[in-house]
Write a protein that binds this ligand. Structure first.
Ligand SMILES: [Zn+2]
Length: 165
Protein backbone atom coordinates (compact mmCIF):
# COMPACT_ATOMS: atom_id res chain seq x y z
CA UNK A 1 0.00 0.00 0.00
CA UNK A 2 1.31 3.44 -0.81
CA UNK A 3 0.19 6.95 -0.03
CA UNK A 4 -2.76 8.54 -1.82
CA UNK A 5 -0.78 10.83 -4.10
CA UNK A 6 1.38 8.04 -5.40
CA UNK A 7 -1.67 5.82 -5.70
CA UNK A 8 -3.12 8.25 -8.25
CA UNK A 9 0.03 7.99 -10.32
CA UNK A 10 0.13 4.20 -10.06
CA UNK A 11 -3.53 3.94 -11.06
CA UNK A 12 -2.76 5.99 -14.13
CA UNK A 13 0.19 3.75 -14.94
CA UNK A 14 -1.94 0.62 -14.53
CA UNK A 15 -4.51 2.08 -16.96
CA UNK A 16 -1.82 2.75 -19.57
CA UNK A 17 -0.56 -0.81 -19.20
CA UNK A 18 -4.05 -2.30 -19.46
CA UNK A 19 -4.80 -0.23 -22.56
CA UNK A 20 -1.65 -1.43 -24.25
CA UNK A 21 -1.43 -5.05 -23.11
CA UNK A 22 -5.02 -5.99 -22.29
CA UNK A 23 -6.75 -5.73 -18.92
CA UNK A 24 -6.55 -9.47 -18.23
CA UNK A 25 -2.77 -9.44 -18.64
CA UNK A 26 -2.15 -6.89 -15.91
CA UNK A 27 -2.58 -7.52 -12.18
CA UNK A 28 -1.50 -5.63 -9.13
CA UNK A 29 -0.67 -6.57 -5.57
CA UNK A 30 -0.52 -3.63 -3.18
CA UNK A 31 1.42 -4.42 -0.03
CA UNK A 32 -0.06 -4.10 3.43
CA UNK A 33 1.45 -0.90 4.69
CA UNK A 34 2.80 2.12 2.92
CA UNK A 35 6.44 1.00 3.00
CA UNK A 36 5.70 -2.30 1.30
CA UNK A 37 6.53 -2.85 -2.32
CA UNK A 38 3.60 -2.47 -4.69
CA UNK A 39 3.89 -5.27 -7.27
CA UNK A 40 2.55 -5.10 -10.80
CA UNK A 41 2.43 -8.34 -12.70
CA UNK A 42 2.17 -8.48 -16.47
CA UNK A 43 2.11 -11.17 -19.12
CA UNK A 44 3.82 -9.81 -22.18
CA UNK A 45 3.61 -11.45 -25.60
CA UNK A 46 6.11 -10.00 -28.03
CA UNK A 47 5.59 -9.86 -31.81
CA UNK A 48 7.77 -12.96 -32.02
CA UNK A 49 5.37 -14.80 -29.72
CA UNK A 50 7.67 -15.10 -26.80
CA UNK A 51 5.84 -14.85 -23.52
CA UNK A 52 7.43 -13.04 -20.67
CA UNK A 53 6.07 -12.88 -17.16
CA UNK A 54 7.09 -9.49 -15.83
CA UNK A 55 6.99 -8.24 -12.27
CA UNK A 56 7.42 -4.58 -11.52
CA UNK A 57 8.36 -3.72 -7.93
CA UNK A 58 7.31 -0.18 -7.16
CA UNK A 59 8.97 1.18 -4.02
CA UNK A 60 7.33 3.49 -1.53
CA UNK A 61 9.31 6.51 -2.69
CA UNK A 62 8.47 5.99 -6.37
CA UNK A 63 8.95 7.85 -8.70
CA UNK A 64 12.06 9.11 -6.92
CA UNK A 65 13.52 5.63 -6.94
CA UNK A 66 13.33 3.50 -10.07
CA UNK A 67 10.97 0.58 -10.18
CA UNK A 68 12.68 -2.82 -10.39
CA UNK A 69 11.54 -4.73 -13.45
CA UNK A 70 12.06 -8.49 -13.36
CA UNK A 71 11.44 -11.36 -15.73
CA UNK A 72 10.04 -14.40 -13.96
CA UNK A 73 11.14 -17.93 -14.90
CA UNK A 74 8.50 -20.30 -16.34
CA UNK A 75 8.40 -22.34 -13.14
CA UNK A 76 8.18 -19.06 -11.19
CA UNK A 77 11.05 -19.98 -8.86
CA UNK A 78 13.51 -17.33 -9.99
CA UNK A 79 13.60 -13.84 -11.31
CA UNK A 80 16.16 -11.63 -12.98
CA UNK A 81 16.30 -7.93 -13.83
CA UNK A 82 15.23 -7.71 -17.48
CA UNK A 83 18.36 -5.92 -18.72
CA UNK A 84 20.61 -8.48 -17.04
CA UNK A 85 18.65 -11.27 -18.69
CA UNK A 86 19.10 -9.72 -22.14
CA UNK A 87 22.75 -8.95 -21.45
CA UNK A 88 23.48 -12.55 -20.51
CA UNK A 89 21.60 -13.94 -23.51
CA UNK A 90 23.22 -11.60 -25.99
CA UNK A 91 26.77 -12.22 -24.75
CA UNK A 92 26.66 -15.74 -26.13
CA UNK A 93 25.41 -14.77 -29.60
CA UNK A 94 27.53 -11.68 -30.01
CA UNK A 95 30.85 -13.27 -29.05
CA UNK A 96 32.05 -14.22 -32.54
CA UNK A 97 29.52 -12.15 -34.33
CA UNK A 98 30.02 -8.40 -34.24
CA UNK A 99 26.79 -6.44 -34.47
CA UNK A 100 27.56 -2.71 -34.68
CA UNK A 101 23.99 -1.57 -33.98
CA UNK A 102 23.79 -3.68 -30.85
CA UNK A 103 22.80 -1.65 -27.81
CA UNK A 104 24.18 -3.12 -24.62
CA UNK A 105 21.18 -3.87 -22.37
CA UNK A 106 23.02 -2.88 -19.19
CA UNK A 107 24.25 0.48 -20.53
CA UNK A 108 21.33 1.80 -22.59
CA UNK A 109 18.23 0.56 -20.81
CA UNK A 110 15.24 2.70 -19.84
CA UNK A 111 15.87 2.28 -16.11
CA UNK A 112 19.16 4.18 -16.54
CA UNK A 113 17.62 6.75 -18.86
CA UNK A 114 14.34 7.26 -17.07
CA UNK A 115 13.16 10.60 -15.80
CA UNK A 116 10.67 11.13 -13.00
CA UNK A 117 7.77 11.32 -15.43
CA UNK A 118 8.78 8.28 -17.52
CA UNK A 119 5.82 5.90 -17.29
CA UNK A 120 6.31 2.22 -16.51
CA UNK A 121 4.74 1.34 -19.87
CA UNK A 122 7.82 2.83 -21.53
CA UNK A 123 10.09 0.63 -19.47
CA UNK A 124 8.01 -2.40 -20.47
CA UNK A 125 8.45 -1.42 -24.13
CA UNK A 126 12.17 -1.65 -23.49
CA UNK A 127 11.69 -5.40 -22.94
CA UNK A 128 10.09 -5.60 -26.39
CA UNK A 129 12.97 -3.63 -27.88
CA UNK A 130 15.61 -5.94 -26.40
CA UNK A 131 13.59 -9.01 -27.32
CA UNK A 132 13.59 -7.82 -30.94
CA UNK A 133 17.32 -7.17 -30.77
CA UNK A 134 17.92 -10.66 -29.40
CA UNK A 135 15.91 -12.20 -32.25
CA UNK A 136 18.06 -10.32 -34.77
CA UNK A 137 21.21 -11.35 -32.98
CA UNK A 138 20.17 -15.01 -33.11
CA UNK A 139 19.29 -14.82 -36.81
CA UNK A 140 22.72 -13.41 -37.53
CA UNK A 141 24.37 -16.04 -35.38
CA UNK A 142 22.63 -18.93 -37.15
CA UNK A 143 23.12 -17.40 -40.57
CA UNK A 144 26.85 -17.18 -39.94
CA UNK A 145 27.04 -20.64 -38.45
CA UNK A 146 24.97 -22.57 -40.98
CA UNK A 147 24.85 -20.65 -44.22
CA UNK A 148 28.35 -19.29 -44.45
CA UNK A 149 30.64 -21.45 -42.36
CA UNK A 150 29.28 -24.64 -43.86
CA UNK A 151 29.90 -23.16 -47.33
CA UNK A 152 26.36 -23.67 -48.44
CA UNK A 153 26.21 -20.12 -49.64
CA UNK A 154 28.86 -18.08 -51.38
CA UNK A 155 30.23 -15.01 -49.66
CA UNK A 156 28.55 -12.42 -51.90
CA UNK A 157 25.08 -13.85 -51.47
CA UNK A 158 25.73 -14.36 -47.79
CA UNK A 159 26.68 -10.72 -47.34
CA UNK A 160 23.50 -9.61 -49.06
CA UNK A 161 21.36 -11.87 -46.87
CA UNK A 162 23.28 -10.79 -43.78
CA UNK A 163 22.70 -7.11 -44.50
CA UNK A 164 18.96 -7.71 -44.05
CA UNK A 165 19.16 -9.58 -40.73
ZN1 LIG B 1 26.59 -2.62 -20.86
Amino acid sequence: MVNAKMMRRINKEVCLLKDKYGASNVNNYPGEDEHDVFVLSLTLTTPYKFNYIVHVDIHYDYPFTSPDVFLISKDKTSRTLYFEFFKRCSEFYIRDNPFPEHECPCCYNMICRRELNTPIVEIIQDIERYDKQLVRLRSRYYATKYLYKTNRMDADIFNIVFSYL
